[in-house]
Write a protein that binds this ligand. Sequence first.
Ligand code: FAD
Length: 248
Amino acid sequence: MNKNHYFCEITEKRTYNKLTDITVAFPDADKICAPGQFLHILCGGNSFLRRPISICDVSKSTLRFIFEIRGEGTAALAQKEEGDIVDMLAPLGHGFDLMKKDEKVIAIGGGIGCFPLLYAAKKCGNVSAILGFRNAEAAYPKFVDDFKEVCDVILMTDDGSAGIKGFTPQGLEKMIANGERPDKIITCGPMVMMEKIISIARENGIVCLASYEERMGCGIGTCLCCSTKIDGKMRCVCKEGPVFEFAE
Ligand SMILES: Cc1cc2nc3c(=O)[nH]c(=O)nc-3n(C[C@H](O)[C@H](O)[C@H](O)COP(=O)(O)OP(=O)(O)OC[C@H]3O[C@@H](n4cnc5c(N)ncnc54)[C@H](O)[C@@H]3O)c2cc1C
C-alpha cells in the first residue's frame, strides 16, 4: 500500500450550518503533516474522484479538517459519523514555509480559506490573524475561538454582522498604515481576495505565501487538471502548491 494512503477513524464530529468539522485518529500527525498541506478524500456516495480538503489542525495522534457542503462529494462526506472510516491520501502538496521563528507573520483568511491557517499560525513564533467571512452565520464560532487561543484575531464580515465590517485587504491596509507591517503574509481564500492581498504585499515589499484552491483530479501531479497560470507561468497546484510564494 502507498505510504500516503490512510484509513482513519472519525473520533469527533461537529456541524455548524453548512460546515462539518471532523477529527480523525492519525498517529504522528504532528510529525508527518506540514501546515498548508491537504488531504485527498474519497467522500463516498456517487462521487468517484477524491476531493481535496486542507489540514486544519493536528495533534500527536489526531488530524482535523473542516469543510463546507458544496456538491455531491462534500454532501456524502458530511454523512459520515463518529466511528466511521475516512479513506484519504495524506498529506499532499507543498505547504507554508514558516521556518524563521522570529519573523512577524499575518495570517489572512477568507471563508473556507481560513481553515488551513490555524495549524500554520500555531507554527509561527510571532503571528496575528485577520479572518473574513460573508456574515456572522458563516463565522464558525468554535473555529474562531480556537484561533483566538493561538493569537490575536481581527474578525471581519462583508456585512458587519460580526466583527468589523469590510474585506480582509482593507484590514491589512489599515494594519500597515498603523505601522504594524509584517515580515510575511500567509493567505488563503477567494481568488479576488488573494490577488488584492498579493498586490498589497508587493507594494509594501512583504513576502506573501498564498494557498490556491483549484479543482483537482489526481492530487499528485499526474493528471494536470489543476494546472493554472500563476505569476505568468503554468503551475500544477496539487504538486507544486497549493502554497506558492510571491516574493517582495
Ligand atoms: C488544496 C485545496 C484545499 C481545499 N480545502 C478546503 C477546506 O479546507 N474546506 C473546504 O470546505 N473546501 C476546501 N476546498 C474546496 C473543496 O475541495 C471543494 O469544495 C470540493 O472539492 C467540492 O466537491 P463537491 O463534490 O462537494 O462539489 P462539486 O459537485 O465537485 O462542486 C460543487 C461546487 O464547488 C465548486 N468547486 C469544486 N471544487 C472546487 C475547488 N477545488 N475550489 C473551488 N471551488 C470548487 C464547483 O465549481 C461547484 O460550483 C479545497 C480545495 C483545494 C484545491
